[in-house]
Design a protein around this ligand. Structure first.
Ligand code: ADP
Ligand code: ASP
Ligand code: MG
Length: 446
């Protein structure tokens, strides 16, 4: 008998029929002898709709405590409805809010981090033979205030619950059949990846592939939780994300394997025919970035630390940083960095505050920046990969504004309007296209 945590995203529980379909899937797993804990997101676009309501009544920006109180209502609705639908099929089920499930967080509303996960009520419910259903995306702070984990945070709830319950697998049910070599909404011929390492998945999630919440992947790596990303709309095997622990995948009561990951072969695609060649896992893209260029920074120790320090003190996370070597007789250089577009105004103000003190010439702001990241094993040691990527972009007439690399990633910054075209060009240059078209079953991909 295995212990499964199954997480269903918003598009999987978007209406009554969808909730009933999910209930049938959960009950089938339960009847096959597994213990099943479920994590649910809010129905369809409920979170966006609630956010909309909040900004209508509070045009100057809703107070964050009340906003969290409001948004967590979305997940409470779906958890209760799913519990009812499962009970209607004759299986015992009980729903729990994040607080009841022991999800204790810090008090940063809107982006709370989990401090302690003690799902004793969930464990008791499972021990009674019930399906336990937990509201995703939410927790409670030490002040007993309700918090949210950030957009897409139900994935993190699911992985945290799986880690705390020592589940055999955490199944992430969504609206596509797994992790693809690119977002199938942008590249319909993207190939489904059958197995991928957690490190590569981290890079995909960190650089815009929003199929998994980045913190969920970090959590899965830290606590060695095997993940299986798959569709709630089909029975297709999805993508197995491999962690440093034997992949049991769970056994049926009679000892036969519920999943057969050993028989899965990788469809990671080689760019050439030899063993030494890099293995490309996929392409992630991000269309939520902006860029700041600080012009004429005195070329002396400590200047970059001041600029970057001011931005991070303002609470803005910086992604890519490029500083050119000064060639001017005055010894001035430029520093450019990318950041989330939503934080643009705060970051510009923080750097402008320093302008006088540092004697910086100008602070330039570019909104609407896009990023494309090619991810795979051994990229940096294969210069031919970068060359092939840059040639593909050049042939598509796409200008590269910045470049950064890691051992398993090459990222380029482009204009936001051309990033999707760039993804398609690089995807086909690496011959990642499948013969068939990926199915997108629902949702908006937002
Ligand atoms: P859920 O509501 O189930 O949490 P999300 O919308 O958060 O689902 O994530 C699923 C979406 O992620 C897909 O519909 C797809 O558009 C998008 N996506 C982005 N990159 C990828 C990728 N590499 N593989 C699969 N889906 C991706
Ligand atoms: N409902 C939340 C959101 O839309 C959390 C989630 O779906 O993961 O961001
Ligand atoms: Mg999601």
């Amino acid at each position: 008998m295995a212990l499964l945590v199954q997480k269903f995203g918003g598009s999987s529980v978007s209406d009554v029929d969808a909730i009933r379909r999910v209930a049938q899937r959960v009950v089938a797993a339960h009847q096959s002898g597994d213990d099943v804990a479920v994590v649910v997101s809010a129905m369809g676009d409920t979170t966006d709709d609630l956010l909309d309501l909040a900004t209508q009544v509070s045009p100057n920006g809703p107070p964050e405590r009340e906003l969290d109180m409001l948004l967590t209502a979305g997940e409470r609705i779906s958890m209760a409805l799913l519990a009812m639908a499962i009970q209607d099929l004759g299986t015992a089920a009980r729903s729990f809010t994040g607080q009841q499930a022991g999800m204790r967080t810090d008090s940063s509303h809107g982006r709370a981090r989990l401090l302690d996960v003690t799902p004793s009520r969930v464990a008791e419910s499972l021990a009674r033979g019930e399906v336990a259903i937990v509201a995703g995306f939410q927790g409670v702070s030490d002040d007993d205030d309700i918090t949210t984990l950030g957009r897409g945070g139900s994935d993190t709830t699911a992985v945290a619950l799986a880690a705390a319950l020592n589940a055999d697998v955490c199944e992430i049910y969504t609206d596509v059949d797994g992790l693809y070599t690119a977002d199938p909404r942008i590249v319909p011929t993207a190939s489904r990846v059958t197995r991928i390492t957690i490190e590569e998945t981290l890079e995909m999630a960190a650089h815009g592939a929003k199929i998994l919440h980045l913190r969920a992947v970090e959590y899965a790596r830290r606590f060695s939780v095997p993940l299986h990303v798959r569709s709630s709309f089909s029975d297709q095997e999805g993508t197995w994300i491999l962690v440093d622990r034997p992949l049991t995948g769970g056994l049926h009561k009679d000892g036969t394997a519920r999943h057969t990951p050993d028989t899965i072969t990788t469809n990671t695609i080689t760019t050439e025919d030899t063993m030494e060649d890099p293995l490309i896992s996929g392409i992630a893209h991000d269309t939520s970035l902006a860029k700041i260029t600080v012009v004429g920074v005195p070329d002396r120790p400590g200047a970059a630390a001041k600029v970057i320090g001011a931005v991070s003190t303002a609470g803005v996370s910086i992604d890519m940083i490029v500083q050119n070597v000064s060639t001017s007789p005055q010894g001035l250089s430029d520093i450019s960095f990318t950041l989330p577009e939503v934080d643009g105004a705060v970051a510009v103000a923080a750097v402008r505050d320093l302008q006088q003190e540092l004697g910086v010439e100008d602070v330039l702001y570019t909104s609407h920046v896009g990023k494309l990241s090619l991810i795979g094993a051994g990229l940096r040691s294969n210069p031919a990969v970068a060359q092939r990527m840059f040639v593909a972009l050049a042939e598509a007439g796409i200008n590269i504004e910045m470049i950064s690399t890691s051992e398993i990633r090459i990222s380029v910054i482009t204009d936001q309007d051309v990033v999707e075209e760039a993804v398609r060009a690089v995807h086909s240059a690496f011959r990642l296209d499948a013969d068939s078209t990926a199915v997108v079953y629902g949702g908006t991909g937002r």
